[in-house]
Design a protein around this ligand. Sequence first.
Ligand code: ZLV
Ligand code: CA
Ligand code: ZN
Length: 380
Amino acid sequence: PFEFGADYSPNVSYHFNADVSQFHYGVKHPMKPFRLMLTDHLVSSYGLHKIMDLYETRPATRDELLEFHSKDYVEFLSKVTPDTIAKMPRGSLEKFNIGDDCPIFQGLYDYSTLYAGASLDATRKLINGQSEIAINWSGGLHHAKKGNPSGFCYVNDIVLSIINLLRYHPRVLYIDIDLHHGDGVQEAFYTTDRVFTVSFHKYNGEFFPGTGNLDEIGCSRGKHFALNVPLDDGIDDESYINLFKSIIDPLISSYRPTVIIQQCGADSLGHDRLGCFNLNVKAHGECVKFVKSFGLPMLVLGGGGYTPRNVSRVWTYETGVLNGVLLPKDIPENIPFRDWFGPDFSLHPVLDELYENKNTKKFLENVRIRCLENIRYLQG
Ligand code: ZLV
Ligand code: CA
Ligand code: ZN
């Protein structure tokens, strides 16, 4: 169903437990774990599961969560349910930031340990060399903090993965193309030079989570090892790709990471329910292709993405890119939920020009210059 492209086809593993797609944040909540099932169906209907190593993953253990999260928070997460919520100690909902963004839903702990377990499984295959690229589309929940959930994220599978990779890798590069700032990951490694974090995101000081300005560059040993690329509404394919490449290329040459984690949040696509960028599937995928071209071990994760049909399109396209194959643009005939992809039934619907591009050439050039100045500190 596909042809191999001119790109290198590395050993790719795919880490997934279908149970993770059965949870519900609530009817009005934009995060829909069902998008993960849609993605899995689309990936396999294109035949991609036949060329990857597939792993059905186990949940992360309590001890694995404790590598980053605090004891009282893990205890709270493992005990709280919609039925026991009233019996929890007074003030614990406020203390743990429970509310509309991060509600208590049925099976919350199982959900959290499942997506984290898949990311940790992926790191093990990278560490032992069985995989050159390992994918977990259910992971990438970059906002969770040590002691509380944030922005739809309960446990931070990215931080847990990086902690595991640091046992064998001297330098880890984290790249975040979700619409939102990767604040939880940045904060966890803000004072170390062994993890470089870079996030591209919408920023105006108010937009969630409110952080990610150019002046956040890390501190103490970690000074100059965090980078932020604040963007405004409506950024288009060409400006995003140019900016991405012109920052990531010198960054990889200077920092010389031994492993790369890419968070591929799909809310940076045009027409996203919560988004405000104009990216098409090919442009989002071009960022993944570019990172792959450096030939370093890669952990590839999901993240945000609130228009399920486009989330599954872009992550399927990227699964193809990572395997070095070109997928035909027509959605395969045999797929369950095929009606979700109408009326075009294309992997590449037109997603651009919904928002006015508020990023002027001058603004983007200034952002680029400021970023390159920061990267220059890595040399010498
Ligand atoms: O994609 O939320 O703006 C990774 C990710 O990066 C807020 N939250 C907070 C700050 C005050 N609030 C609003 C509270 C709203 C609670 C419910 C929604 C419900 C319906 C539609 C949209 C939202 C919503 N919430 C939109 N943006 C928010 C953000 C959190 C964004 C998290 C992004 C997560 C998975
Ligand atoms: Ca981001
Ligand atoms: Zn997001």
